[in-house]
Write a protein that binds this ligand. Structure first.
Ligand code: BGC
Length: 395
């Protein structure tokens, strides 16, 4: 009996110690867990080196759990975590886990694109009677800033956190003649993650010589989650009554064609894949959608360019911009040859881009809104990607 009692005391002792340990662990966890008042916040870590210079990966997080990772190499948004209707976070942009993969070759995943987003025919344009020749990197045309555009340079970075927002400020000085462009260009890009689940991107530039500028961000979105299927069932609305038809090299013809009665009519929500296989010369040239849409904007204020809803997760993304156009690219050149984050393979049309911008080849198209920047002026452009749930307002 005595023996049994001793055993019981011993057993209680062990259980007691176990419980005490558990309690201590729980207290510890509680201390480590952050409360909403700890946000917004920013963290930074090394993302490797390039030409002997340190590359940094910044994590911006708001009190809603939304989180974005941005590196100062190319200003690349490498991760963007957004909740679905169950509150489950998913990374909704395509990208890589490591800097080396971006260096090996990336189709502009998440990057800042400049000095000129999109194509300039033959890489040539005239300014005040002078002919400028830019680097050509897309057949005989210039694409997304040339061979070493803003997506491939290291930006200076600093961050700012206030009560509601967290900001990453990137700056880059592009020298006169870089990739063939005239003028020393000072560029600033400000990423802001707001507490309302919006990622705002502001672009600023000044020059010391008349030049051209057209900056954008080249994120590939998949609201199911990066690498988790194609984007053909995403419901897309683009607030544009006209688009820019292109030639075989994807250079605009100069015409602005009404979308009415075409596969380019996204004025009411329709699945990206609903008409993508249609017999259509423009879809053939683009291998799908790869076209500039002329936004129905009036005035200077931010305009809702597009809305995308992923029906299963309920994730919704609205794109607001100060720009006159948006390039809708349905990821036609993705072909399964790239393996992205988490070892996920990016197959055909696994991501889409909505690149807010001035129209492609504007320097050679007198009818398009101007992209000229003069000394003394400041180039300014804003785009907001706002995330919410599809039926949030109906609740
Ligand atoms: C262009 C596509 C191009 C892609 C690069 C898009 O902005 O419109 O034609 O292939 O960028 O990955």
């Amino acid at each position: 009996m005595k023996f049994r009692f001793k055993q019981f005391v011993y057993f209680c002792g062990i259980v007691g110690i176990g419980l005490a340990c558990q309690q201590r662990q729980a207290n510890q966890q509680e201390k480590e867990e952050k409360s909403p008042s700890d946000y917004p916040q920013v963290e930074q870590e090394s993302f490797g080196t390039i030409e002997g210079k340190e590359v940094t990966l910044f994590t911006l997080q708001n009190s809603q759990g939304m989180k974005v990772k941005i590196t100062n190499y190319g200003g690349i948004i490498s991760q963007l975590w957004v909740p679905d209707k169950e509150g489950q976070l998913e990374d909704v942009v395509l990208g890589f886990d490591h800097l080396e993969d971006y260096l090996k070759g990336s189709p502009y995943f998440g990057a800042i694109v400049g000095r000129y987003g999109n194509r300039i025919a033959k890489g040539q344009f005239e300014l005040d009677g002078e002919l400028y020749s830019l680097a050509t990197n897309d057949g005989s045309n210039h694409l997304h800033g040339g061979k070493k555009g803003f997506d491939k340079v290291l930006w200076d970075a600093e961050y700012l956190v206030d009560e509601k927002n967290v900001k990453l400020l990137l700056s880059y000085h592009s020298i006169d003649g870089e990739e063939g462009y005239p003028g020393n260009l000072s560029v600033k890009v400000v990423y802001t993650l707001t507490d309302e689940n919006a990622l705002k991107i502001e672009y600023y530039a000044t020059t010391d010589k008349k030049t051209i500028v057209n900056l954008t961000n080249h994120s590939y979105f998949n609201l199911k989650g990066a690498g988790k299927g194609d984007i053909l069932e995403h419901q897309l609305t683009i607030y544009a009554s006209k688009f820019s038809p292109v030639n075989q090299e994807l250079i605009p013809t100069g015409e602005l064609q009404p979308v009415e009665g075409t596969a380019f009519d996204f004025r009411k929500a329709v699945a990206v894949g609903a008409r993508i296989q249609k017999e259509d010369t423009q879809l053939k040239f683009g291998r799908g959608y790869d076209h500039n849409f002329v936004l129905n904007r009036t005035g200077e204020q931010l305009f809702e360019a597009a809305t995308v809803v992923e029906p299963v997760s309920g994730r919704k993304m609205q794109v607001f911009t100060s720009e006159p156009g948006v390039q809708f690219y349905s990821g036609n050149f993705l072909d399964g040859s790239l393996t992205g984050k988490d070892q996920r393979v990016y197959e055909h049309r696994y991501g889409f881009c909505l690149e807010t911008q001035h129209f492609p080849d504007t320097p050679n198209q007198p009818g398009f809104p101007s992209v000229i920047l003069e000394p003394g002026q400041t180039y300014q452009s804003t785009t907001v990607y706002k995330f919410s749930l599809a039926n949030e307002n109906k609740k």
